[in-house]
Design a protein around this ligand. Structure first.
Ligand code: ATP
Ligand code: MG
Length: 362
């Protein structure tokens, strides 16, 4: 990854522009954490970058940031800039490209995110982010109150970094969160969800949730059930407990899954019919929320007599022939009945036995 990053930096440098790795990649590199993508800050504008790397798509250029894929590594390349005036405490109204790294670092959120590294892996750290990284503290670049007021997403980012890295928030950041938390209401649900996903998916998610609760952000974030979360088995289990599919953006399959998990939560997840109807995954998530051992659920599921209609030893044609009837609603009823009888062991999943049962009853 580093080798490819060096090549990318080299190419930009060789064209006469400054370029450094910055942000999450450098922070995580110094902490020995693997990164998924690499942020680069450069004096080259998106257009100039496109001349260097032909396959850059300028459609996302809006905020002076472009994406470059090299050998499956994603580079987020951002032109040195000043941000002028925020709309709705969210997005900068306009950006002004500049030629000065130091000024670019000033507009960033936290000191630990301002450490730069050049193509020789030399650290450039004018804001002393490394000291804060070593002290394991989240401090804003400049005045905390002004930073969080300017873009309230930084409240969630502070909590995310504190949670995921196990860092403390500086007193100033804590005070600024308390003072500006009401601004979270104005923030788009999309941006909020992106940060919340990163908090909830982390192994320290419970600490993150404690922190959100400590600042009483459940109200501002409209996550009334945050306090009900006792363990965090998976991202989907957290969102299921929160059950905010009408407020936050989820795709249809996520919505369906969350709805099913909420239904399964009210049922006995070791019951054969519940296991059969909702399947192993939904019951495991619901079970985990209730503290039921996953192994127990898996065993109960595996020992089901049937797992789907396909496993029934009788077909609808055979039932119709047996009862000398054409197709109709009655088939669904019979199916449900025999599934139940087989699941609870009243009859065996055997053609003759099923036939006898049907003849006796219908
Ligand atoms: P991740 O590990 O999630 O990539 P990151 O710190 O790299 O964390 P990004 O969203 O990739 O976060 O942003 C890259 C860099 O851009 C940050 O490190 C920070 O310097 C700056 N940045 C991102 N979002 C903001 C913001 N809302 N306000 C100020 N600076 C920001
Ligand atoms: Mg990043």
């Amino acid at each position: 990854m580093l080798e490819i990053a060096k090549q990318v930096l080299n190419m930009i440098n060789n064209n006469g522009y400054k370029a450094y790795m910055v942000g999450g990649f450098v922070r995580d590199y110094l902490l020995g954490i693997e990164s998924n993508d690499i942020d680069i800050t450069t004096s080259a504008t998106p257009k100039q970058l496109q001349e260097i790397f032909q396959d850059i798509d300028l459609s996302s250029e809006e905020y002076g940031s472009v994406t470059l894929m090299v050998h499956k590594i994603r580079f987020e390349i951002t032109t040195f800039r000043k941000e002028i005036q925020y709309i709705d405490n969210r997005k900068p109204l306009e950006v002004e490209y500049i030629d000065d790294l130091y000024q670019d670092l000033q507009r960033r959120d936290f000191t630990i995110n301002t450490i730069c590294m050049d193509k020789n892996l030399e650290i450039i750290d004018p804001l002393n982010g490394r000291i804060d990284l070593e002290r394991r503290i989240i401090k804003t670049v400049g005045d905390a109150d002004a930073k969080l007021e300017e873009d309230s997403l930084r409240i969630l980012r502070a909590i995310r970094f504190s949670t995921n890295l196990g860092f403390c928030l500086s007193n100033e950041v804590e005070l600024a969160i308390k003072k500006n938390k009401h601004l979270l209401k104005k923030l788009s649900y999309n941006r909020k969800k992106q940060e919340l996903d990163k908090i909830f998916a982390n192994k320290n998610a419970m600490q993150g949730i404690q922190l959100l609760l400590r600042f009483h952000l459940e109200k501002e974030l409209e996550l009334e059930r945050l306090k009900d979360i006792k363990n965090t088995d998976s991202l989907i289990s957290v969102w299921s407990i929160l059950n905010v599919i009408d407020i936050y953006p989820f795709n249809n399959s996520e919505k369906e899954l969350i709805t099913s998990i909420n239904q399964a939560l009210k049922l006995n997840n070791l019951d054969p019919k519940v296991l059969y109807d909702y399947g192993l995954y939904v019951n495991s998530v619901a079970g985990a929320i209730k503290g039921i051992d996953k192994k127990k659920i898996t065993e109960a599921y595996n020992s089901l007599k049937i797992h789907s209609k396909k496993e029934l030893e009788i077909t609808s044609e055979e039932i119709m022939e047996l009862l000398k009837k054409g197709p109709g609603e009655y088939l669904t009823k019979i199916y449900k009945d025999i599934e139940n009888k087989i699941l609870y062991g009243t009859i065996d999943n055997q053609k003759e036995e099923i036939k006898n049962y049907i003849l006796g009853k219908y």
